[in-house]
Design a protein around this ligand. Structure first.
Ligand SMILES: Nc1ncnc2c1ncn2[C@@H]1O[C@H](COP(=O)(O)OP(=O)(O)O)[C@@H](O)[C@H]1O
Ligand SMILES: [Mg+2]
Length: 370
């Protein structure tokens, strides 16, 4: 590992995760290694800490750092952090009582700054964005899916709908419903579960609702107007925007990527056959170079508006988020979701800047503390 002596004038940074009986701690080790390498190169002392090891009343805590080869992780005593970068990997972990308590303690602590305290809920996001005029126009019509009446009401104005778990990610549990009046089985439900994509056709709302209930089980869902996405060679694509706070504490767009849906997939996720693409190339196919450039120019402005509104309405201290935006056939931008624990972007330039910004923003936070 490339390292240098940490600069004592720089804050100590901890990457927060949860413990694991077998493999010490959870989370994406490659990502943690990249973050630590970048931090060290920038002169920071940075380590991984579990919510269990982070004892705020102690002077030192047990932190994990990678061995020189990067294959092993050593547990070593390190000073308490000034800034905590929250990378707890899933909601269930985060909601466990001891974990939630530790996060609350950090948020109350006088000398520690923890940002991105929790995952977003899809329904909350839509409520927050509907509350502002500037952002509401980018929000597809969305309701909580409580009964078949919600579907009937939504189908009266939209013939294609997305059904999504409020706490979902990576396309898990997403369904698409289409209604066609003129056929004997008018309801057509596409279900994305596991690696497969199944289609179910129903003659009546009762049958359809039974199938949906079986699929969604007890989880809460939202139902949303399907946006007719622009396509590339017949496949829909969407834009992934990474937003982070910079060294001055302001929101900035770190990068924009595009994800093209796999054949017959109802989402654009790479694990479901989707691919990483160049946004300009995707847009030029449908809109031509000039309009494509104009649309692309609009993306940062819109994404920044949305990020600021999410932060304001959520009342959380946020430092980064990724955002999925759709482009419809008219070139308008639609918000699908934002994620407060963004997955890593594989585009090299975006990746590099995203790692550096974690530390630039952390440095800003530490300065605010003094
Ligand atoms: N309302 C919608 N209209 C059209 N496509 C949608 C809609 N909602 C979701 N999608 C597609 O499904 C993908 C996944 O939806 P998203 O809300 O991001 O869920 P997840 O949390 O599982 O990633 C989006 O990136 C987009 O390609
Ligand atoms: Mg998504």
């Amino acid at each position: 590992m490339n390292s240098r002596i940490p600069d004592p004038s720089k804050p100590v940074i901890a990457i927060l995760t949860t413990s694991d009986r077998v493999k010490q701690f959870r989370g994406n080790r490659n990502n943690f290694r990249d973050i630590i390498r970048t931090g060290r190169e920038m002169g920071f002392l940075v380590y991984v800490v579990t919510t269990r090891d982070l004892k705020l009343e102690e002077r030192t805590v047990n932190g994990y750092v990678p061995s020189p080869s990067g294959k092993l992780w050593y547990s070593i005593p390190v000073p308490l952090p000034q800034v905590i970068y929250n990378r707890i990997s899933n909601r269930e972990e985060e909601e466990r009582a001891p974990v939630a308590r530790k996060i609350a303690e950090c948020l109350e602590h006088d000398h520690i700054k923890l940002y991105n305290p929790s995952f977003f809920n899809k329904w909350d996001l839509f409520e927050w964005l509907k509350a502002s005029r500037a952002t509401s126009k980018h929000v597809p019509k969305t309701r909580r899916l409580r009964s078949s009446n919600t579907l009937i009401a939504m189908l009266s104005t939209h013939d294609s709908l997305y059904l999504k778990p409020e706490s979902g990610k990576a396309g898990k549990g997403i369904m698409r419903l289409k209604y066609r009046e003129d056929v004997s089985l008018p309801y057509r439900l596409q279900i994305q579960s596991g690696k497969k994509n199944a289609t179910y056709k129903a003659a009546s709302m009762d049958r359809l609702w039974a199938r949906i209930s079986k699929e969604k089980k007890q989880s809460r869902y939202i139902v949303q107007q399907a946006i007719q996405l622009a396509t590339h060679h017949g496949r829909p694509f969407d834009l992934r925007v990474l937003l982070q706070k910079n060294g001055r504490g302001g929101w900035a767009v770190t990068g924009i990527g595009a994800r093209l849906a796999g054949a017959r997939s109802i989402t654009t996720h790479v694990p479901r056959g989707g691919s990483i693409e160049e946004p300009a190339t995707m847009l030029e196919g449908t809109f031509g170079p000039e309009r494509a450039a104009a649309i692309l120019k609009n993306v940062p402005t819109t994404a920044l508006l949305i990020a600021r509104q999410i932060e304001r309405a959520s009342e959380m201290m946020l430092g980064e988020m990724s955002m999925d935006l759709g482009v419809d056939e008219a070139g308008d931008l639609w918000f699908f979701e934002a994620n407060s624990r963004p997955m890593k972007f594989d585009e090299p330039a975006i990746r590099k800047l995203s790692l550096e910004r974690i530390f630039q923003y952390s440095q800003h936070l530490a300065r605010m503390n003094k």
